[in-house]
Design a binder for this molecule. Structure first.
Ligand code: EPZ
Length: 422
């Protein structure tokens, strides 16, 4: 397994280009199962997660290749296999996003129930309730696999609200499935994330009839068949937010290119209160910070609220604020594996249920730490870049799932991160 050895204390300066959004790419790649025509998808980042979904789609009969411009081509050639097995889903819960497309196109889907993971329980009850509302004739649990079977789907009103707000991949599954349902579907309490907007735009480029994506009410008029498409996915707002924190935590100055600031309003709002300068440029943003950081309160919410995927990164930054901050996690209440590791580096974090008191300290001290999940790992890299001395981050395979070449991008602007075999 790989490990990062990070020498702390350098201020980052320079330019970084943001890659395509992992969480837009995954449901869009899965939606290619809805058509036999070739789809070309541009800016799909070459990550462990996207590589993993490519393998799963190939077992489901898709031919997949990248052309010389690095665009991903997906063409379904064999629709006989409808099984996404435990091995596939165990390694990436987002594999669940093949459920809706498989059922709608092949009338049968057998997908392993995703287990829990480091950030908490990953239920799919809302996905299944949505498919039931679309008239799925049979949904059962057989040896750990969800088996959904239906000769056709029927448009209807589908409510996707849950105790923690809506569901992003649940919305993706129902939105995708409804494109081939008979009649009109209205999804109430749909997720509004930019990645759902991107999926809706992609599906419309295939010939679907979707309106309202990006709002809590999405309307889909089913069609007989979908075509192919050549589509460019949106930039990764979570990668961009992570690098904004990198500029702030090292007291440096970074210009992030291919960055859609309208996707980061809640994050920019908090960063401004902390004392971080965020200058909006054309399709880019320049970020710098004063040395003194103000404490703030953060509560994670569904989009357009503060994203749970940037909670750990902001926690790392607020470890160095002048005073106490309060961070409350409303989406995944157990998403705090990074606390113990940051405390090993001299942070003063105290968890009280879904809330963490972040007592600002003067400095962090480098130490050996363990990555546990994708975004917690990013927080440890951020802390390592500002800590005094050396930090070793173990199990960086977590970070490879969602950040394309993160050490190269950061070293190019002054970081000292070395990838070694553990
Ligand atoms: C997506 O996961 C993202 N993953 C996650 O990003 C992100 O943290 C999450 O949305 C929330 O924004 C991808 O897009 C691949 P949810 P998803 O269903 O769709 C509860 C990352 O770091 N819930 O929106 O699986 C659930 O327990 C990853 O890139 C139900 O109760 O998340 C959670 O509390 C991590 N029943 C809340 O809803 C359900 O059927 C939001 O989950 C489904 C979800």
């Amino acid at each position: 397994m790989d490990m990062f050895i990070i020498q702390g204390g350098t201020r980052l300066r320079g330019d970084i280009t943001i890659s395509g959004a992992k969480n837009a790419a995954l449901p869009i790649m899965a939606a290619c199962l809805l058509t036999r025509h070739e789809c070309v998808i541009r800016s799909v980042p070459d990550l462990a997660d996207t590589q993993h979904l490519i393998k799963l789609l190939e077992t489901l009969g898709a031919k997949i290749w990248r052309d010389e411009s690095d665009a991903l081509h997906i063409k379904v050639e064999d629709e006989s296999c409808c099984l996404a097995d435990y091995e596939s889903v165990r390694r990436m819960r987002a594999s669940i996003c093949v459920l809706g497309p498989l059922l709608a196109r092949r009338h049968l889907a057998e997908v392993s129930m995703p287990g829990g993971c480091a950030i908490g329980d990953r239920p799919i009850n809302l996905h299944l309730r949505g498919l039931e509302a679309l008239g799925t004739q049979k949904i059962s649990l057989e040896s750990g696999n969800i088996v959904a079977e239906s000769p056709y789907l029927k448009g209807s009103e589908v409510f996707l609200g849950g105790p923690f707000g809506s569901t992003v991949l649940g919305t993706a599954n129902i939105l995708s499935a409804a494109t081939l349902a008979r009649g009109r579907t209205v999804i109430e309490s749909a997720a509004c994330e930019p990645e759902i907007v991107d999926l809706g735009n992609f599906l419309n480029s295939l010939g679907a009839k979707i309106t309202g994506h990006g709002t809590p009410r999405i309307t889909i008029d089913g069609v007989e068949e979908l075509q192919g498409s050549d589509y460019e996915i949106i930039p990764d707002r979570i990668e961009a937010g992570t690098f904004m924190v990198a500029a702030a935590i090292t007291n440096g100055e970074l210009t992030l290119h291919n960055c859609r600031t309208e996707h980061l309003m809640a994050v920019i709002d908090r960063l401004n209160l902390i004392g971080v300068e965020v200058e909006r440029l054309t399709n880019a943003v320049r970020v710098s910070s004063a040395r003194r950081l103000n404490p703030v309160d953060i509560t994670t919410q569904p989009y357009p609220g503060f994203p749970t995927d940037l909670q750990a990164q902001l926690m790392a930054l607020l470890c160095l604020a002048d005073g106490n901050s309060i961070i409350t996690e409303k989406i995944f209440p157990d998403r705090f594996m990074h606390i113990a590791e940051l405390n090993r580096m001299g942070a003063r974090l105290r968890k009280e249920g879904p809330t963490v008191v972040v007592q600002g300290v003067r400095e962090l001290i480098g130490a050996p730490v363990m990555a546990s999940d994708l975004r917690a790992s990013a927080a440890l890299v951020l802390a390592g870049m500002v800590a005094q001395g050396q930090t070793e981050v173990r199990r960086v395979y977590h970070i490879d799932r969602g950040y394309y070449g993160i050490e190269d991008k950061l070293n190019k602007v002054g970081a000292h991160i070395e990838r070694v075999k553990e």
